[in-house]
Design a protein around this ligand. Structure first.
Ligand SMILES: [Cu+2]
Length: 504
């Protein structure tokens, strides 16, 4: 049994039996400060301050094994919510309460959870076992119930192991009852790199990656050693190494390019695309052939509008764009950045044949703005104030030993509050990401929407390029214990995570 298998067993056991971190003050070194408990009064008080409509949206979600039809005769045995991937979209209005009833029917006694990615919600509903709840055991049910007060484009997925890289994800759209944008229609576009049930499982991918490049031959894995690992994926936009994992398919709305999802509209209509990257290890460069994209939001929050030809979207990021549809048939292409592969969907507003499955519209090489070049819309820009607390968040490790970590320390899910980055309610906090590694990392903070620099966009997931520094600020206004981690599913599971915890 290699180290990952031992650790998975340990984690599964913990999820079922223990929840040491649920206590206000975790065990471990005596220097550990007293932390706000996810189920304590500060969390309840923060929830009571959220403006609710009083309406509740009830959604059943069954996580189970499923044979998924990815189109073009491709099927994959995987895990999904209610038998489809992406799972059925959840849509509600800002202020509504979501009551999501998770039934864990996964095989092999697999524990699970749901994390509501990007939502600043009450801490005990954040879905991170064992930090904010006990893992939901196989055969058990659990109801997530919280107010969603910020409109935007979000999604949800488990926060246990590498389950995110199965089919367990779906969009979550919070509509603005006073929507300031004018558009005729919406199209939610979910991107995903797909391996599960085709060449192997995400757990097998992780096991291979964990052997690292250095140990490959010595471990006697022979040909197995490069079954999943991708070498030489290079991207200028991402500053070098683009990704570690070979994926047989890149899906747009759960379908392969040979049998794509089709959006049907009318010429001249203005459509809001809500683009979500639900991938495990792939950034996508996204363009709609023959069209310009006007960026209006990223990670749910509005930005000053910018017209571009293509977007770069890391795992966990979301972008909303407006397009005015032309007359004909157009490919929406998601180029797997640095991986020389694409996913595709079609926009059909008139007659015409479909483009080839490997088409690469010229827009992919046109004007691209990355998040650091965007500006927050005035109404969501954080007022300037003195920073009370600064944390240096060094991204460390590499492919050789597969020892991805933060500040040189691989996160230990069995003792999550061992070395938290502490903040206090009411503080203005700055996180200085310092990427010492040879690879980019999409860094995701739970429970908050930080701001890039002084005027940049409000976001919860940001690409940090290799050998670069990125500073983000947020107001500590949502007490609890929150994960801060790389949204590369494999980097995170290897240890590139830490805990941002409020002191009580
Ligand atoms: Cu990473």
């Amino acid at each position: 049994m290699n180290s990952i298998n031992r650790r998975s067993v340990l984690l599964a056991g913990l999820g079922v039996a223990g929840a040491g971190a649920l206590a206000a003050c975790s065990s471990g070194s005596g220097a550990t400060p007293a932390l706000v408990s996810p189920s304590g009064p500060a969390v309840a008080a923060a929830e009571n301050k959220r403006k609710g409509t009083g309406r509740t949206r009830q959604v059943p979600l069954t996580a189970a094994a499923a044979t998924l039809d990815l189109g073009g005769g491709v099927t994959a045995r995987s895990w999904a919510f209610s038998g489809r991937t992406p799972g059925e979209e959840i849509r509600l209005s800002a202020g509504d309460t979501l009551s999501a009833e998770l039934s864990n029917r996964l095989p092999d006694k697999t524990p699970t959870s749901i994390h509501w990615h990007g939502i600043a919600l009450r801490n005990d509903m954040d879905g991170v076992p064992p930090v904010t709840q006990r893992a939901v055991r196989a055969g058990a049910d659990y109801t997530y119930r919280f107010v969603t007060d910020a409109p935007g484009t979000y999604f949800f997925h488990p926060h246990v192991g590498v389950q995110l890289d199965r089919g367990l994800y779906a969009p979550l759209i919070v509509e603005d009852p006073d929507e300031p944008l004018s558009y005729d229609d919406e199209w939610v576009v979910v991107l995903d790199d797909w391996v599960d049930g085709v060449t192997g499982t995400p757990d097998e991918v992780l096991a291979e990656l964990r052997h690292g490049m250095g140990g490959m031959d010595m471990d006697g894995m022979g040909d197995m050693s490069t079954k999943f690992m991708l070498m030489g994926a290079e991207s200028e936009l991402l500053g070098g190494d683009a990704g570690d994992v070979k994926y047989p398919y890149h899906l747009v709305n759960g379908r392969v390019s040979a049998d794509p999802a089709v959006y049907r509209g009318k010429p001249g209509r203005r459509v809001r695309l809500r683009v979500v990257n639900a991938g495990g290890d792939t950034a996508y460069r996204v363009a709609l052939g023959g069209h310009k994209l006007t960026i209006t939001h990223t990670d749910g929050f509005p930005v000053r509008h910018e017209q571009v030809d293509a977007l770069l979207i890391g795992m966990g990021e979301r972008y909303d764009v407006l397009v005015t549809l032309d007359d004909g048939v157009f490919p929406l292409v998601a180029l797997a950045e640095g991986k020389d592969a694409t996913g595709m969907a079609l926009v059909r507003t008139g007659s015409g044949g479909a483009p080839g499955t490997t088409v690469r519209p010229a827009e992919l090489n046109g004007r691209i703005l990355t998040a650091s070049q965007l500006r927050a819309a005035d109404e969501v820009r954080l007022p300037s104030r003195k920073v009370d607390r600064v944390h240096r968040v060094e991204l460390t490790g590499g492919m050789g030993k597969y020892n991805w970590a933060i500040n040189g320390e691989a996160f230990d899910m069995t003792d999550p509050a061992a070395h938290p980055l502490t903040v206090e309610e009411g503080q203005r906090v700055r996180l200085d990401f310092v990427n010492t590694t040879e690879m980019w990392h999409p860094m995701h903070l739970h429970g908050h929407t930080y701001q890039l620099g002084g005027h940049g966009p409000r976001k919860d997931t940001s690409i940090v390029l290799p050998k670069k520094k990125l500073s983000v600020v947020f107001d500590a206004d949502n007490p609890g214990q929150w994960m801060l981690h790389c949204h590369n599913a494999y980097h995170a599971e290897a240890g590139m995570m830490t805990l941002v915890a409020y002191r009580s």
